[in-house]
Design a protein around this ligand. Structure first.
Ligand SMILES: [Mn+2]
Length: 439
């Protein structure tokens, strides 16, 4: 039995305990969790790529069986209602044979509607809106807020099973990053780098946790660049690659930046790598995550001063938002079943939320870290023409060394991102560990 399967029963017990609390919050007696359905495109008979609901894959790592459900009744063995239609157009999904399945009582469904026969009274439904006429199913409630708040809050703390899945996702991502970097240094186009990346993961594009960002030269300044140019330029200066992998429904989210030649950009990159590792080391239980974000602004401000890119004091760079010209996003987010795992602003199981500070509206995580939480740490410095033009026209103009910036525009930007676990022993960096194991 692989280690993941050994860890699965304890994982399931944690989910059952959380589900019991969610049922109390929603005044229900059973929880039905939908995998989701295939969605047909507008005026077409094609469907969008199917993506299993995060709630469903939390319980059962089945990524290819739309119309399935997990049914949880307190005190009982969970039931997997596995949808396997009789279909000669498509290959119906096969029931997994892995040992984790032993934890479930399995029921085969030929249509999702057959699930209705298995529902106890006062069932609460958690799932997307694709169920035809959910009201006629007689649910106690569909996606009630108090139940979702409970489930989402708890999900941030990972079980040992989940940490093992995330570790494997980082390993797979690191291997693919290595293949992509080799393709870049050999002069491949963004699209060809992407194909090398996919081949190294063994995943299809739809199985990636998010669309690959493979940005060369100036394109590194576009935060979510997904163009994948088919033509390589005559000369590569830099690559920013933000790409992950997925194992049993759990994501990795890794960014690396490379430079082809020595010079000011490469010097900045080397110092950013040190800076990023100092920030990663701050991921510990009891740390208020926005403090890491604030620290990132101070560290980036100092870096900009040290490299002669700005000419104001550090306090001035922070107070007048000079650092935000170069670092205009949050320091990171929760990671798990979703690449931006839900519940980052939640403060308790009741659903109280804490929005990000006014000056940092894009910060996705405002919680205090607990053991078992997994977050990304992804500081960046970018040369974004739109934000630079804005700063050139406002109070920040005199704070910036414009000719030095001009020389860096052709390199786009830098982002370095790792996936880090808060543990009682301190920060556990899954991504760095995965790259080290490859070396
Ligand atoms: Mn990220």
């Amino acid at each position: 039995m692989v280690a993941l399967d050994r860890l699965f029963p304890a994982h399931l017990a944690t989910l059952q305990a959380t589900a019991d609390r969610a049922l109390v919050a929603a005044d229900g007696e059973a929880l039905l969790i939908g995998a989701g359905q295939l969605r047909t495109q507008f005026l077409d008979d094609r469907t969008d790529p199917y993506v299993a609901s995060p709630h469903f894959k939390h319980w059962a790592p089945i990524l290819d069986a739309p119309g399935s459900f997990v049914l949880h009744c307190p005190g009982q063995r969970p039931r997997l209602l596995f949808h396997q239609p009789k279909d000669y157009w498509h290959k119906p999904p096969s029931l997994p044979t892995a040992p984790w399945l032993d934890a479930f009582e399995v029921v085969l469904l030929r249509s999702p509607q057959e699930a209705r026969a298995h529902l106890p009274a006062h069932t609460v439904y958690i799932g997307d809106d694709s169920l035809k006429d959910p009201l006629s199913w007689g649910f106690k409630a569909c996606n009630p807020g108090p139940a979702l708040a409970c489930l989402h809050y708890a999900r941030a703390v990972k079980t040992p099973y989940e940490l093992a899945c995330l570790r494997e996702a980082s390993t797979l991502g690191a291997r693919a990053h290595q293949a992509a970097a080799a393709a870049f240094h050999a002069g491949a186009s963004e699209y060809a780098i992407h194909l090398q990346y996919l081949a190294a993961t063994g995943l299809t594009e739809a199985e990636l946790p998010y669309s690959n960002i493979i940005a060369t030269n100036e394109a590194g300044a576009v935060l979510h660049y997904t163009e994948l140019s088919r033509v390589a330029p005559n000369q590569y200066r830099s690559l920013l690659i933000d790409a992950g992998a997925q194992v049993r429904g759990y994501a990795s989210d890794i960014t690396r930046t490379y430079a082809t030649t020595a010079g000011p950009f490469q010097a900045l990159l080397a110092d950013m790598d040190q800076l990023q590792q100092r920030l990663c080391a701050k991921v510990k239980p009891g740390i208020y995550y926005p403090d890491i974000h604030q620290q990132a602004h101070r560290e980036i401000g100092q870096l900009l001063i040290d490299h002669g890119l700005i000419r104001c004091s550090l306090d001035q760079a922070i107070d007048t938002e000079v650092t935000s010209v170069f670092f205009p996003h949050g320091i990171g987010h929760l990671l798990g079943l979703q690449v931006h795992d839900i519940g980052g602003h939640q403060q308790d199981e009741q659903g109280t939320t804490l929005p990000p500070p006014k000056a940092h509206p894009y910060l996705r995580l405002t919680r205090t870290l607990e053991p078992g939480m997994v977050v990304t740490i992804e500081p960046g410095i970018y040369f974004i023409p739109m934000l630079l033009e804005r700063a050139h026209q406002d109070h920040r103009r005199s704070s910036i060394h414009w000719d030095h910036i001009e020389a860096l525009l052709p390199f786009g930007g830098i982002r370095i991102e790792d996936d880090v676990v808060a543990t009682d022993q301190g920060a556990l960096n899954l991504s760095r560990a995965a790259f080290s194991a490859l070396a």
